[in-house]
Structures are given as C-alpha cells and as structure tokens.
Design a protein around this ligand. Structure first.
Ligand code: VG1
Ligand code: CO
Length: 543
C-alpha cells in the first residue's frame, strides 16, 4: 500500500491548552488540520521503529473519522502495532491504564472531555507518554513548535479498518488490534477496592444511582456496578454513549447533571449518587440530598484511604491544583505526609507520582485520582467512596460532617464566566496584576489582604518552571480568591473565579457555601471590576 506524503500548512493557533488541543469539530474538519497535529506529535516523540501506540476516544462525533486517520498515519510513520478500544472507545483513565499495562510508547486520546459534542460541538486530541499521563509542558511545547514548521505529513493510502469487534487487522506493516475497552480497567478497579464489601452493602438495600451522561463511562459502569457488584440495571442511567451525548453537556456538576440531581434531591432519593464526564475522568459525588464538593471529596478520601485494600499501607503524599481548596492540606498535615500545590491540569501531577512523592491527587473541577494510572479517574473515585461507605456504614452526609468537625470546613465555590470576549478577560487579569501593590494590606471588613501574586510553579522533580498560572489574592485568615483564564474553552475566553474561606467553628458548618462566601464574592467582583469590564452581571455556571 502506498504511503502518501502530503504538503501541509502550519497552523499557528495550535497551542495546546490545559489538556491538549481542543477546538470546534469544524476546525478539526479543515483539510490537513488533524493530520498536521498528529504528524507533529509523531515527529516530536520520535518513537522507535515498530513501537506500539494506544488510540481511543470518548466516542463523540468525529472520533471514528479521526481514529482512521491516526491509524493510517501510524502505519506510514513506522509504528508496529496500535491498540484501539472497541468501537474506537476508551475512557481517558482506561487508556492510561492500557498504556501502562502493555508498556506502549504512549497513546493518543481523543476527547474534549466535558465540552458538548456533535457536528457543532467540540473535539480534542492529546498525547500521553509511556507513564500513561498527559505529556508534560516541555513535550507539548515541543509539539506546538514542530507544528509551526511542519512541511509535510505521511499517511497510508488504505481502506478504513473495522473497529467494532475485537481482533487483529493489518494495515500495511501495522498491526491494528481492537481490544475490549472495559475488561482491563474493571480488573484494575477490582484489585484496588473491596468489591466483596461493596457487594454486601448493595445487597443490604443500599441504593446507588450513577449517571453516565450518555458519555464514555456507560459500558464501564454497567460492567462494574451491575455485572460485578450486583446493583440493579436501573442504577446506571444514560448508559449508552452517544456521539452528541444526547444533546447534553457531559459535565458532572449540579447544573449539567440535572437528571441525577433531581433524583438525589427528590423524595425517596437513593443513598448515593454519582456522575462522570465525557471521557470518564471527572466525578461528582452526592449523598441523599447532599452535595460533596470535589475539594472535600479529595480530603475525605485522603483521610479514609486506608479503608481501601489498594491503599492500606497509607499515602506517600497528596497533590492538589492551586485553585483547589486547602481541605486536603489539613488531612496531609494530620497524617504527617507532604502536600504539593501544582498548576491546574493533570499533567503537573505525573512527575510527582512517577517519583513516588504522592499517591492521591485532586482538582476542584471534579477531578480525583491516584497513582494507579496517570489521569484523574471518575469511576475510581466513585468506587473509593463506595468502599468507604461499605466500611464505615454511615451516610455520605454524616461522613462529610464528621470530617468538617475534625478538620474544619473549607467553604468553597467557583464562578465561571464563559465565552466572554478575550480582550475583556485579559483586561480583568491585567487590571488585577496592576493592583497587587495597592491591594496588599488592604482590609475589606473582616478580610485583610496578606499578599497577591501570579502563581508560578517549579516542578520539584525536573525543575521546569510554569509561570502565570492564576492570580491569587490571599487573606490573612487563610481565605483566598483566585482568578484564572481557562485553557480548555473553545469560544472566546472563560474566566474562572475561585473562592475559599476556612471555618473552624462547627456551629457555622451548616451554612450554605454561597451564604458563607458572600462577602468574599463581593470583594472579588469589586477588586476585579469584572462586571463592568465583561458586561456580565451573573456567572454562566456556579459550582
Ligand atoms: C479545566 C479544569 C481543570 C481540568 C481541565 C481538564 O481546565 O479547570 O482543573 O484539569 O479542565 O479537565 P480549564 O483550563 O478550563 O480551567 V477534563 O475532564 O479535560 O480532562
Ligand atoms: Co474529562
């Protein structure tokens, strides 16, 4: 079969964001666009002749088309074998596991995560290295640099490869192996958690509801919750992955996972509810009429980690992204283990996990995970909670309230202003930067600004430095306001405002977060001039 060499044009807008390259499907459909990016990856990683690659995605629109292109390009670029999830589907954590388990030369994951899909929706692509984690910034910068000077790409002229049943096909010299997308992952989960105890919990009448949001976790959740743990089939809802996620927004939060929220906050609510996002790496945890913030979830998992067989020996350390609340820091202090603060995005946790410095990682954006893979892992977090619930035999709400009583409560909320003009968003950030000196020492009622800065991070393992990772306004009582521009949005700019206030007094733990954070919110709006600069009275989403 002939290999075609195609002249390409550079695309200077291909700078990858928080999690790889995310664009509208329409952009990916432009001639040579995807090909250029894939060739830039291949040129940068310089895999040895005959190397094995993993390829899979969250099943959204364009997944199959992109996979056929990548397979033909892998064949023309000297790869020996590609492992593809059945139907082209692999959840992000499952792909990470396969890279590690079969020791491949990394993998390509196709997803725009929680962003909507379909012909008018979003698509995304990223390379994960042989540790199973998203490429480090050094590698993504190199891929970007390569894409700017790329002169041509190589692709095999061949028919499409069948992807719907497991088995092997040849594509020129390349062996394409379609693998069961679920089995290895389910096995890994069974090795970490006490499935026997969870099964007994469910047999005893404990009711769970999991919302796969018509995204990638449906088949995984069915296999794990229904087939292996014996939950009724109806406990997994929206379980069939659809190319447009049933026209939904596969983002597991109180706004977008409304089907589940209605059930969990309604009459006769089950004992436990959870949801995952488009590519299966995020999670939302709910008790009966009770929402667990992702930052609290990380802290509770850390404090109870030894209840799960895979973590019985304890944790080496914890890492959280900078905007994530400091609830986990308090647990780390009590356990006498280190706690790391990294920039947003899972790629910053990889080095720490590889070096054995941390076991658990988490982000406020519904991301929790551990060193079992190198991605955040939605179903893993759900199983961790079920393991804790099976061991402690208390409701979700009681576990969280007891946690607050012991460690104090970090009230937390995030305000997202989506699709605002980039100039206005940059203007807010510039305005804040220009006011660091004026703000320092200033009091706003109970709150006094201690310091303000632009977060920068030096990787303790490889010494690489990442600057401008978010503006921090730090108050003397430990409260924080963070301003950050999203790196995953595909329309204009998304400005995120993160608010955190610590409360040691149990008598105030019953407060609603919005109530407890009211004055901080006012301060944030005041000092940023956000409303006048963006013309937005209200945020798009509050989590
Ligand atoms: C968002 C979240 C971040 C997360 C990233 C990828 O990034 O804030 O915490 O790691 O999405 O999540 P940003 O730059 O838009 O704030 V997902 O589930 O892609 O893989
Ligand atoms: Co995701």
């Amino acid at each position: 079969m002939p290999i075609r060499t195609v002249a390409s044009q550079p695309f200077p807008d291909q700078k990858p964001g928080t999690s790889g390259l995310r664009k509208k499907v329409k952009v990916f459909q432009k001639p040579h666009y995807l090909e250029n990016f894939v060739q830039s990856i291949f040129d940068t990683i310089a895999a040895p002749q005959g190397a094995t690659l993993v390829v899979g995605g969250d099943g959204r629109f364009y997944n199959r088309t992109a996979i056929q292109t990548i397979l033909k390009m892998a064949a023309a670029n000297g790869f020996g074998k590609v492992l593809v999830g059945q139907g082209g589907i692999l959840s992000t954590p499952a792909a990470s596991n396969i890279i590690r388990k079969y020791q491949t030369y990394g993998g390509i994951i196709l997803s725009a995560s929680h962003n909507p899909g379909g012909p008018d929706g979003d698509f995304g692509i990223k390379y994960n290295g042989n540790n199973g984690g998203p490429a480090t910034e050094t590698v993504t910068e190199a891929i970007f640099a390569r894409s700017k000077v790329l002169a041509e790409y190589r692709i095999l002229d061949a028919a499409d490869v069948p992807l719907d049943s497991t088995g092997s096909t040849r594509l020129g010299a390349l062996q394409v192996e379609v693998i069961d997308a679920v089995a290895d992952y389910a096995g890994l989960m069974e090795s970490l958690f006490d499935f026997g105890a969870i099964r007994s919990l469910l047999q005893g009448g404990f009711r769970i509801q999991f919302d796969a949001m018509h995204a990638v976790t449906g088949p995984y959740a069915r296999e794990i919750f229904v087939n292996r743990l014996g939950a009724p089939a109806a406990s997994v809802m929206n379980a069939v992955p659809l190319e447009d996620f049933g026209n939904g927004h596969p983002d597991p939060n109180l706004t977008y996972a409304h089907d589940l929220v209605e059930i969990m906050f309604g009459q006769n609510a089950p004992d436990f509810g959870a949801a995952s996002d488009g590519d299966g790496d995020r999670n939302m945890i709910l008790g009966q009429r009770f929402f667990v913030t992702p930052s609290d979830s990380l802290a509770v998992i850390a404090a109870n980690a030894t209840l799960a067989p895979g973590y019985r020996k304890g944790l080496a350390g914890i890492a959280r992204s900078m905007p994530t609340s400091a609830a986990a820091d308090r647990v780390a202090r009590a356990l006498n283990i280190p706690c790391f603060e990294t920039p947003t995005g899972w790629k910053f946790f990889g080095n720490l996990m590889d070096a054995g410095k941390v076991t658990l990682c988490g982000e406020e954006s519904f991301g929790t995970g551990s060193d079992h893979v190198r991605e955040k892992d939605g179903l893993w977090a759900v199983l961790f909670w079920l393991n804790i619930l099976a061991a402690r035999k208390q409701p979700v709400e009681t576990i969280v309230r007891e946690h607050w009583a012991q460690y104090g409560r970090n009230f937390y909320s995030r305000y997202d202003y989506e699709a605002i003009p980039s100039d206005a968003a940059n203007g807010v950030m510039q305005h804040l930067r220009g006011n660091f000196a004026a703000l320092t020492g200033k009091s706003f009622g109970h709150y006094t600004v201690q310091t303000c800065d632009d977060f920068s991070y030096t990787d303790p393992v490889d010494g690489s430095v990442s600057t401008n990772q978010g503006i921090r306004i730090l108050f003397s009582d430990g409260s924080r306001i963070i301003f950050r521009l999203s790196g995953t949005g595909t329309e204009g700019a998304t400005l995120r405002v993160y608010l955190e206030a610590f409360e040691a007094d149990v008598a105030r733990h019953h407060l609603d977060a919005q109530e407890a954070l009211q004055s901080l919110i006012q301060i944030a709006l005041n000092i940023s001039e956000l409303q006048t600069r963006t013309g937005r009275e209200q945020p798009t989403v509050i989590t």
